[in-house]
Design a binder for this molecule. Structure first.
Ligand code: OSB
Ligand code: MG
Length: 374
């Protein structure tokens, strides 16, 4: 059964895609999304695809597209093309001399997982241990210029059946915003994401959110503060969900042990790849922590990997996996990701289950770099 992957060539496609609408968080607005698409070809001529979800600027976590490119090119790719790989889990050990830099590691690991699944003639979902044929999904809505804009976006999302709505909040656009939305949509599953915009001195404000029956509040406090999130969780009834804080299995272990959260937003790139993500899923299951799969305003490639992860039985809440058309006029995958009645079908074809449309990849591409094994 042990089929080996021998990498012949790795190409980094640097692309830039314009979002349909700018996406605004407590940190600012994003309109042009740049990313690095990883194309990995093995000596049998099979192709695996990955995506680096780092942003151009280090506002979300410390990695940037440039640091990720540096780490991939100068440290990770040379290790990858030296030897056969029998299972993607091996990359955790292979990459262990490189500290952190999870998005760089995950981009390459994702392409290896796709190749591994294709070579073993399994869907990525089943290769991971996924069991669902369809997944429930929600949508993340950025800060808007007015309530009318926000209502229009929520109504549009509800027409497509999204199972829950995530609203971005920030100081000055929090209590009144949530109150207004709750009034208009009394029974809607709503959650709020602060992207680290608050501190413990805001306790009264965060406590005041308890009355709106939010599913959870995501990353209210500092990106790296487990201690203060634990104190906050003791004082509020709204479940705390951690996003930015969880960059590894060890981070999840600490957060759970300290009581810093009741929910984890699991993002493949932020935790260093699918193998690490699966370890976190098992940890959550053993500790009764709810978990769902987040998004990174990514292309269909990263979405495909996230859909496979969300098909794991431990994922028990709808994620931020919206349709391609939610963000893009034209995605680079074929088919594009489609949400119907708030549900995405998990592909059954071998690998990630989406083809890359080379015409659109070339269209969005600014440049590319290739690395070949000797
Ligand atoms: O905090 O979850 C977040 C997008 C980019 C960076 C961070 C976050 C987000 C989102 C949207 O909320 C996720 C998506 O729909 O892709
Ligand atoms: Mg978040």
């Amino acid at each position: 059964m042990d089929i080996s992957i021998n990498i012949k060539e790795i190409t980094l496609h640097y692309i830039s895609m314009e979002l349909k609408n700018s996406f605004t968080t407590s940190f600012g607005s994003l309109k042009d999304r740049e990313m690095i698409i990883i194309e990995m070809v093995d000596f049998d001529g099979m192709v695996g695809w990955g995506e680096c979800v780092a942003f151009r600027e280090p506002w979300y976590t410390e990695e940037t597209l440039q640091t990720a490119a540096h780490i991939m090119k100068d440290f990770l790719i040379p290790k990858l093309i030296q030897q056969p790989i029998y299972h993607p889990d091996e990359l955790q050990h292979l990459f262990s001399p490189v500290r952190k830099n999870p998005m760089a590691k995950s981009a390459l690991e994702g392409a290896i997982w796709d190749l591994y699944a294709k070579k073993n003639n399994k869907s990525l979902s089943r290769a991971l241990g996924g069991t669902k044929n369809k997944i429930d999904t929600g949508v993340s809505i950025g800060l808007q210029a007015s309530d009318e804009h926000l209502f229009r976006l929520i109504d549009h999302s509800l027409e497509q059946g999204y199972k829950r709505i995530k609203l971005k909040i920030k100081p000055g656009q929090d209590i009144s915003l949530i109150r207004t939305v709750r009034r208009r949509y009394p029974h809607l599953p709503i959650m709020a994401d602060a992207n680290s915009a608050y501190c413990l001195a805001d306790m009264d404000l965060l406590k005041a959110l308890d009355e709106f029956d939010l599913m959870m509040i995501e990353q209210p406090l500092r990106f790296d503060d487990f201690y203060e999130h634990a104190i906050l969780q003791q004082h509020i009834t709204t479940p705390v969900c951690l996003d930015e804080s969880i960059q590894s299995f060890e981070n999840a272990k600490q957060a759970i042990a300290l009581g810093s959260c009741k929910v984890i937003n699991l993002k493949i790139g932020r935790v260093g790849g699918l193998s690490e993500a699966i370890k976190i899923l098992h940890l959550c299951e053993a500790n009764n922590i709810s978990v769902w799969c987040g998004g990174m305003l990514e292309s269909g490639i990263s979405r495909a990997h996230t859909i496979a992860l969300a098909s794991m039985p431990q994922v028990n809440l709808p994620g931020d996996i919206s349709s391609s058309s939610h963000y893009w006029e034209q995605d680079i995958t074929f088919p594009s990701v489609i949400v119907e009645n708030g549900v995405i079908q998990v592909p059954e074809q071998a690998g990630m289950g989406f083809e890359v449309n080379r015409k659109w990849l070339a269209h969005y591409s600014t440049h590319k770099e290739s690395f070949t094994s000797k």
